[in-house]
Design a protein around this ligand. Structure first.
Ligand SMILES: *Cc1c(COP(=O)(O)O)cnc(C)c1O
Length: 474
């Protein structure tokens, strides 16, 4: 301040003051919409943003119109008030895409969540006695009916379920797991780390590709609490392999007076083969094989909200529920509100593929996607112009979230690649960015020097919205 001569200041045209701008009709309107303090902040930031250019002489105050300042302020406010969590089109071909929020929920769940959000509910209130209830009671019976288990409890996600089960049943003791099952799930869920956090000693047996019954048998000591099987959800060990079945490991555990814990990962409630999908071991099969505790996710194959479901022996579930960690890992009412109607859909298996969104997506006939691809191809070609080749193409979707990693679902979609091979990689990443910049971002998949848009997850009701925003690509 002191360095600046007053003469220069007087001669320099000045930007309008914050106060003056706030009294203009345009900013009065913005204040109505966004509030005075946010609007004031935004004006200040706009003016601040201009100061470096004014100072170094690249901009003169008389070049700055009031209209431009108002526009910049409105722009800032729009951005600030725009939601950060936004709908996208998932055309990646991965149905249960962890980064895009995994399972899409059925309408029944949506309605129940809205109701739970806006009205008081008997979350922990026993309507028969008027006394305190247990939130698990809302779904426990349904879960037991669908899995054949004696008891169940619900936590925040399957990682929490595994952590809680291990910490309750084996803290300070040893847990025997095959080396072929020491999985890492995206987002830093690793069996060895979870063991450590749960206070258990991991005892690895067998080798990466082969584990035998005797490996388990030899690993058991006085310090062993559990034998554990982990579903190798996101990879497959192929070739010269050997693993021991859940039933066999369970039998060994029980012979030695130990408990058997199975982390199923996806854990489907139904045999997917009835819809022509690959077989994934069900929770019921695992319970019937004798597992004492089984954990699985709510938002993978089950098609519900993010949750970890723990089922199994009544005495062990009771112990798990008494662990103080349960309180920290429990679910909120929104989760339970969404989970209950989702589970109830399973009581009517004939309609499941129609009503359970994820299963409907898994089972969409390829001919549907092919017809969509044919309808959309000319529209995309038109907006992208001659610089791009747009083709309909058969492709393969994935179930995702580690479920059935090597099984593909035949699908159809669009394959986009530059007409000229010059800097094809750069052109493709630029096109990806243009699609991401659409009002509802479109997320595809780069593969084989092309951008693939798998239409499996673009169901008919969403197609008009997809088409209407395409013009913005021009
Ligand atoms: C996905 C998965 C988890 C983690 O489940 P979240 O619900 O994502 O916490 C744990 N174990 C296995 C085997 C899994 O597949």
């Amino acid at each position: 301040m002191t360095a600046r001569s007053p003469a220069v200041n007087a001669a320099t045209p000045r930007l309008p003051s914050v106060d003056k701008l706030l009294h203009t009709p345009a900013l009065q309107a913005l204040q109505q919409q966004y509030g005075t303090s946010s609007t004031t902040d935004a004006v200040r930031q706009v003016l601040e943003g201009l100061r470096p250019a004014l100072r170094d002489g690249s901009l003169h105050a008389d070049q700055v119109t009031e209209t431009a300042l108002v526009q910049a302020t409105a722009q800032r406010l729009t951005e600030r008030f725009a939601p950060r969590l936004r709908s996208v089109f998932n055309l990646t071909g991965t149905v249960l895409h962890t980064n895009l929020g995994r399972a899409l929920l059925p309408q029944e769940a949506v309605d129940a969540v809205v109701e739970a959000l806006t009205t008081p509910a008997n979350l922990e209130y026993d309507l028969d006695t008027g006394g305190r209830g247990d939130r698990d009671d809302l779904v426990e019976q349904l879960v037991c009916e669908l899995t054949g288990a004696e008891a169940a409890t619900i936590v925040n996600n399957n990682a929490a379920a595994v952590l809680l089960a291990l910490s309750t049943l084996a803290a300070g003791q040893e847990v025997v797991v095959s080396r072929g099952e020491l999985v890492e799930i995206g987002g830093a869920f690793r069996i060895p780390d979870i063991m450590k956090r749960a206070g258990c000693q991991l005892v690895e047996v067998g080798t990466t590709n082969r584990t035998h019954a005797k490996d388990y048998a030899e690993a058991v000591t006085d310090a062993t609490a559990l034998l554990m099987k982990v579903h190798t959800s996101n990879y497959a060990v192929m070739g010269f392999t050997k693993s021991v079945s859940d039933a066999e490991v369970t039998a060994m555990a029980h012979e030695r007076g130990l408990s058997m814990l199975v982390d199923l990962g996806s854990g489907t409630l139904v045999d997917l083969r009835q819809w022509g999908l690959p077989h994934e071991v069900t929770v019921r099969e695992t319970v019937e094989a004798g597992a004492d505790i089984v954990t699985f996710s709510g938002d993978k194959l089950l098609g519900g909200p993010q949750a970890g479901i723990i089922v199994g022996r009544k005495d062990l579930i009771a112990k798990i529920k008494k662990n103080p960690m349960k309180r920290a890992l429990r679910v909120g009412k929104l989760t339970l509100a969404a989970l209950e109607p989702t589970l109830r859909l399973y009581l009517h298996p004939e309609k499941l593929a129609e009503r359970l969104t994820t299963l409907r997506l898994f089972t969409r006939p390829p001919a549907d996607m092919q017809a969509q691809a044919e309808a959309l191809r000319p529209q995309l070609q038109d907006v992208l112009g001659d610089a791009w080749v747009v083709e309909t193409a058969a492709m393969h979707s994935q179930i995702g979230s580690g479920a059935l990693p090597v099984d593909n679902l035949p699908s159809w979609g669009l394959k986009l690649y530059p007409a000229s091979g010059k800097q094809a990689g750069r052109q493709l990443t630029q096109l990806e960015a243009r699609l991401r910049a659409l009002p509802r971002p479109v997320i595809g998949r780069l593969h084989d020097d092309a951008l693939w848009l798998d239409l499996r997850c673009l169901e008919a009701p969403a197609q008009p919205q997809f088409e209407q925003q395409l013009h913005a690509l021009r």
